[in-house]
Write a protein that binds this ligand. Structure first.
Ligand code: TXE
Length: 485
């Protein structure tokens, strides 16, 4: 494995130490020890990245689409050929199970490049025939220039490439800022891009904290657009800085997603998938179904079966292939999640802990940030446990009486990212999926992703959509040309 113990910036095709001279400790969350250091960039670093992006823009944006697509496909090849190394880096940085990194997250990063290489070459824009006015209108979509992609720690390379790939495919040059908590795979991506023949300056990766590197990006006047994924509070801050400057932004934020189990569902499938929906990546996915709402008639049975299945999950060393639950990403996040456990134990909202409920200890990893998969029964939806995004291996259970009640509970939160509906009745599925406040609804499945579909949330879960043509449109400026004849 290449040495990732010192993570430097990647600007203009070269690795470089931060001009700020500042570094952060990079902590291994499974062991709770310092495992390396990462650049903590400041304004001068962002300025250098923007300058490199601007210098590369004229050439990159004028390359034939097929040539750009070829480079993107080569980057995908590079990711695939370094699967083990990237998965190990992701596992070390985030404490996530190696099997998850190897079979889901790193392959998806390669798919992001492949998908957008193809999508950009198949993209078309609008044409309007102004019949009766002897005019035609066609819309040109031009790249923006230097754009920023700010991504979080929960699915590091997966979410970074989900933004970077469409931005580059459409001819933009990128300033990418990965989370300071999980920088290693982005660091390796620079080398992969060079090997793939990506011209210098098309992708610049600048590391550091939100308050320094992130803030400098938001305030940089020559960055034309900001694509952000992270917490809702940070998202509001991003909007408050970028919107008054009238620059483009898109926000993919948190969720408190309902998982609705109707009595007429395929019970075994709903049960089995719900365990995954609740605890995948230690519950640190914005799409996790953290509020399980169950029809009264099957509530007790489902509750018992769900507890039993959850107890079978294997928590432990993230580096072992058999591990299903690893560590949380950081000490502050672990402490935040532990506060919710205390809230549950104190009986907030009539809470009763049915399973787990405490930090977990793992032999050989005594200082690690592990939490038991936890199931809490709550008596009301109006409690912090059911209203706030915990982002850990914690789910709540609550019964509902009928379809209307289920919809009311589902929508009774400030978030609106995703919802899952389990039912075999077509009419019900159609009614409920239309009625729930969510940008993404899964019926009888979870996290099945077709990269062509719009992805994002309503309410506090975000502004705008990613995926498919939405990303291609976001990273371009539409210009209508009207020709009279
Ligand atoms: O994310 P932040 P945090 C939720 C989850 C979690 C909470 C906070 O509930 O507990 O958010 O997590 C950068 N200007 N999600 O604090 O801060 C930061 O460096 C510019 C949901 O770790 O939102 C990182 O690169 N950038 C979520 C990115 O924003 C700033 C995934 C996300 O970090 C910045 C992660 C600033 N002022 C957390 N401050 C999801 N939707 O998937 C921070 N950043």
């Amino acid at each position: 494995m290449n040495d990732t113990s010192t993570v430097t910036n990647f600007i203009g095709g070269e690795y470089c130490e931060p001009r700020s001279g500042n570094w952060l400790d990079n902590i291994d969350p499974a062991r709770g020890v310092v495992a390396g250091r990462v650049a903590n960039s400041g304004r001068d670093d962002i300025e250098a990245a923007v300058t490199a992006a601007e210098s590369a823009f004229a050439r990159w944006s004028q390359l034939p689409m097929a040539r750009r697509a070829l480079v993107l496909n080569r980057i995908a090849d590079g990711i695939e050929s370094r699967l083990d190394e990237l998965a190990a880096a992701e596992c070390l940085d985030g404490g996530k199970p190696i099997t998850r990194a190897k079979t889901i997250e790193i392959p998806r990063a390669a798919s992001n490049f492949r998908y957008y290489a193809a999508a950009a070459t198949q993209f078309s824009s609008e044409f309007h025939d102004s019949i009766g006015h002897s005019a035609i209108n066609y819309t040109v979509r031009q790249p923006l220039g230097a754009v920023a992609c700010i991504s979080p720690w929960n699915l590091p390379l997966y979410l970074l490439t989900w933004k970077v790939a469409p931005a580059m495919a459409m001819g933009n040059c990128v300033i990418a800022k990965p989370s300071e908590l999980t920088p290693r795979t982005a660091y390796l991506l620079g080398e992969i891009c060079n090997e793939a023949g990506l011209p210098a300056g098309v992708l610049n990766i600048v590391h550091g904290e939100g308050a320094s590197a992130g803030q400098a990006i938001l305030e940089h006047q020559r960055i034309k657009a900001v694509s952000f994924t992270g917490g809702s509070e940070t998202g509001k801050h991003v909007a408050s800085v970028v919107a008054p400057q009238l620059r483009k932004f898109s926000l993919e934020l948190g969720g408190k997603n309902p998982n609705l189990i109707f009595a007429d569902c395929d019970y075994q499938k709903a049960l089995q998938t719900s365990v995954f929906t609740a605890f995948a990546n230690q519950g640190q996915i914005c799409l996790c179904g953290s509020r399980i709402l169950i029809e009264q008639s099957i509530y007790e049975t489902f509750k018992q079966d769900f507890i039993e299945r959850t107890k079978q999950l294997v928590l432990g060393d993230p580096g072992l292939e058999s591990t299903q639950i690893g560590a949380l990403v950081s000490k502050p996040h672990f402490e935040k999640v532990c506060e919710y456990l205390e809230l549950a134990r104190s009986g907030e909202g009539g809470a009763k802990v049915l399973c787990g409920g405490r930090p977990a200890t793992v032999d050989g990893f005594e200082q690690g940030y592990f939490v038991e998969p936890t199931i809490i029964e709550v008596a009301t939806n109006q409690c912090r446990l059911n209203q706030e995004e915990i982002f850990g291996p914690i789910v709540t259970l609550m019964p509902f009486t009928d379809e209307q009640h289920a919809i009311e509970l589902a929508n009774d939160v400030s978030f609106g990212l995703s919802a899952t509906v389990w039912s075999n009745q077509n009419d019900r599925v159609m009614r409920v999926s239309r009625a729930v406040d969510a940008g993404v609804v899964w019926v009888n499945t979870w996290l099945m992703r077709d990269l062509r579909t719009p992805f994002g949330g309503m309410k506090s879960s975000g502004v705008g959509r990613e995926g498919g043509v939405d990303s291609l449109r976001f990273f371009t400026e539409p210009k209508n040309v009207c020709i009279s004849y």
